[in-house]
Design a protein. Structure first.
Length: 367
């Protein structure tokens, strides 16, 4: 079956973005079509099996003024005019977050969180929070809640339907959601919390809540930005600080270190990811290589070389069939690899500017 890959390149001086669609019809994944949009793409999300949701910035009639909007874009688009605006008139989120089903979006700010239904002009709810730093982000869960995390200290969980605050915790360095679990990192190590029915009100109805799980993982100093949870939420992997050549994996429930990978890279590891089936771990390094490891044994399975600059991005396609690596520097090509064996598939040529955003899409005809 034919596979499609979508990448985006911004034209800084021309205030436009080119969506580049490649096809597996030929071995070198040639460019099938290019679609030009008259706005800068800030972010891209998978909305459903047929559409992308694009956060874009467009010039207005006034000099040096731009209008920000959300655009629903058919993945089969051939013209930029096919992008449909689905945001309110005044749309300028600080941190844009799309919920897991793709029906609601959130504006996460340093002092409040606002939830909107996609296409609506009025918000569903707004909740104020203690003022945080500018490094705030939101992580939605398929269980109808969102984790709001300030990378300099605080974390909150809100019910997506009602906006009710379910949980908060301070003095955090790192937070991530996986399944019904929330994994937190601070100076003392890693804690695991679980979202579950936790209370019974006066009428006997159960109320959702977030409660401590049984585990507290005592980790050595790790690189929090590159830390990743396995797809089933049972393990955590991270590069260990103090050197460039060690990666470790810990069990979430027991806190036990189950695997250690040494001699991994010659320089820092800014990115680490699990395969969708949880059987492989891939690391991207500033030494211009990516490496694939067996997630159970730690044995190296593949070395992916030939990159023109230091790597800072690696992602699997949702099926796990392909792996995409990119440098994020002034490089106009990415490299596509077999997601199981780590073998080279194609160099993604055809961009006229640096790649700013690779996107994996789960559709019936995407990889």
């Amino acid at each position: 079956e034919q596979q499609l890959l979508y990448t985006f390149e911004n034209k800084d001086e021309e205030d436009e973005t080119v969506m580049v669609i490649r096809s597996s019809a030929k071995a070198d994944w040639p460019v099938e079509r290019r679609v030009v949009f008259p706005f800068q793409v800030l972010d891209v999300h998978q909305l459903d099996k047929e559409h992308l949701l694009v956060d874009g910035l467009k010039k207005t009639a006034k000099p040096d003024e731009r209008h920000r909007a959300l655009y629903r874009l058919p993945m089969s688009a051939t013209r930029g005019e096919q992008a449909e605006v689905v945001s309110p008139e005044r749309f300028n989120p600080y941190r844009f977050v799309l919920d897991a089903p793709g029906s609601r979006w959130l504006d996460v700010r340093i002092d409040r969180v606002t939830c909107w239904k996609l296409g609506a002009d009025k918000p569903l709810w707004t909740r104020e929070i203690p003022q945080m730093s500018g490094r705030v982000r939101g992580i939605p869960s398929k269980h109808n809640w969102i984790l709001v995390h300030d990378r300099s200290g605080s974390g909150f969980v809100f019910d997506l339907t009602t906006g009710r605050e379910l949980w908060r915790k301070n003095k955090l360095h790192w937070a991530e959601a996986a399944g019904s679990s929330i994994v937190l990192g601070d100076n003392n190590g890693v804690e695991v919390w679980q979202y579950r029915k936790s209370e019974t009100d006066a009428a006997g109805d159960e109320i959702d809540g977030v409660l401590p799980a049984t585990s507290s993982i005592a980790l050595p100093p790790v690189s929090w930005p590159a830390m990743a949870i396995s797809p089933n939420g049972s393990q955590v992997a991270a590069p260990v600080r103090g050197g460039t050549d060690r990666i470790a994996v810990w069990e979430v429930e027991t806190g036990a270190e189950v695997m250690k990978i040494t001699g991994s890279h010659d320089w820092q590891i800014p990115a680490l990811t699990w395969s969708p089936d949880g059987l492989r771990i891939v690391t991207a390094s500033l030494d211009k290589t990516a490496k694939m490891w067996n997630a159970e044994t730690g044995i190296q399975q593949a070395v992916m070389e030939g990159h023109g600059d230091r790597l800072c991005f690696v992602t699997f396609s949702p099926s796990g069939n392909y792996l995409l690596t990119a440098s994020g520097a002034n490089i106009t090509t990415g490299r596509l690899w077999d997601g199981g064996a780590g073998e080279f598939v194609a160099e993604l040529k055809g961009h006229t500017d640096k790649i700013t955003m690779p996107v994996s899409a789960l559709t019936r005809n995407c990889c």
